[in-house]
Design a protein around this ligand. Structure first.
Ligand SMILES: NC(=O)C1=CN([C@@H]2O[C@H](COP(=O)(O)OP(=O)(O)OC[C@H]3O[C@@H](n4cnc5c(N)ncnc54)[C@H](O)[C@@H]3O)[C@@H](O)[C@H]2O)C=CC1
Ligand SMILES: O=C([O-])CC(=O)C(=O)O
Length: 314
């Protein structure tokens, strides 16, 4: 008979892709004591090196979660969550959609290799172009759509929040923002539903300022790609995935913006796109339908059409 202690199993999160986002995410998960982490990469030695470095850093900080780096998928067996960050980041001048074909083959390979070993896992997709890769991952995995979720909305909403805080010269802590739609040029920051402690920003900022901040949010990824000159953002993206992992592992049922499968919500179906989603142990437990104005709904449908066009290309 196993003892209670032997019965206990730490939550296990696999992060596929030990690059900028994946490495930083592994650090965040272990640092918060959320789960043991398996970091997988196709490049020999890279995940092992990062895992060792992280373990030694955590020893200094009295942290003791397991972090394993590997090139062997069998180490990912029985994961509770599989985060897919494997794939190419864009370079300056590229759109996320320019990564479609190359990243589709990587995501397909990763999902096929992992999900057979962890059939009960929840898949969190990060690789771009995000909404299309999430749809592809769902199709390849054969999982119920509730167990496949894409990360983008938390990041895009945080960018809008940051820019509002910078403009108003106030703490970002009291700002709540709503961003819907795909993780691309047609994403939909919604000023009407973005507030400072309950007051809509439409009452606090001029129309000129709002238009400028909405545009900057839409271009938030490209702005950083241009500045870095070699790769894309990873501090905020890894923080955004970490919040989602935490809500799922800890079954917190937080309502966060994320790419979820729509079955008629917002008048859309058979597509993954950014909407507010309740996240818990079951994955995307519930989609929240906001009451949108006609023009907002039309803009959301335009964003969906652009995702659909790229799904069709695949
Ligand atoms: N959804 C979002 O909001 C965001 C998405 N991204 C996307 O995430 C992806 C990763 O970005 P970074 O970490 O910055 O890139 P990176 O280049 O630093 O890391 C990617 C890693 O994937 C690995 N990889 C490539 N093919 C693989 C395979 N078949 N199996 C396993 N590993 C493989 C590479 O060896 C590399 O270590 C990119 O597609 C990027 O566009 C990045 C930031 C935000
Ligand atoms: O801009 C990129 O390519 C990476 C990304 O999705 C983001 O930072 O929003």
């Amino acid at each position: 008979m196993p003892t209670q202690v032997e019965d206990y199993r730490s939550p296990k999160v696999t992060v596929v892709g030990a690059g900028n986002v994946g490495g930083m995410l592994a650090q965040r998960i272990a640092k918060q004591n959320l789960a043991d982490v398996v970091l997988y990469d196709i490049v020999q030695g890279k995940p092992q090196g990062i895992a060792l470095d992280l373990l030694q850093a955590h020893t200094i900080s009295d942290l003791d979660r397991q972090i394993i780096g590997t090139n062997d998928y069998s180490d990912t067996k029985d994961s509770d969550i599989i985060v897919v960050t494997a794939g190419l980041p864009r370079k300056d001048g590229m759109s996320r959609n320019d990564l479609l074909r190359i990243n589709a083959s990587i995501v397909k390979d990763v999902v096929q290799s992992t999900i057979s070993l962890s059939p009960n896992a929840i898949l969190l997709i990060v690789t771009n172009p995000l909404d299309v890769m999430t749809y592809l991952a769902w199709q390849v995995s054969g999982l119920p759509p509730q167990r496949v979720i894409g990360m983008a909305g938390v990041l895009d909403a945080a960018r809008f929040q940051t820019f509002i805080a910078m403009e108003l010269k106030i703490s970002s802590a009291d700002i709540y923002t709503t961003v819907l739609g795909g993780h691309g040029d047609l994403m939909l920051p919604l000023p009407r539903l973005s507030t400072v402690n309950g007051v809509p920003i439409t009452e606090l900022l001029s129309q000129e300022a709002i238009t400028r901040l909405v545009e900057r949010t839409r271009n938030g990824g490209a702005e950083i790609v241009q500045l870095l000159q070699n790769g894309s953002a990873y501090f905020a993206p890894s923080a955004a995935v970490n919040v989602m992992v935490e809500s799922i592992i800890s079954d917190r049922h937080r309502v966060l913006p994320a790419a979820a499968y729509l079955t008629g919500e917002y008048g859309l179906r058979d597509i993954f796109m950014g909407v507010p989603v309740q996240l818990g142990r079951q994955g995307a437990e519930k989609i929240v339908e906001l009451k949108l104005l006609d023009e907002e709904l039309a803009a959301l449908h335009a964003s969906a059409a652009s995702i659909q066009a790229n799904i069709n290309l695949l």
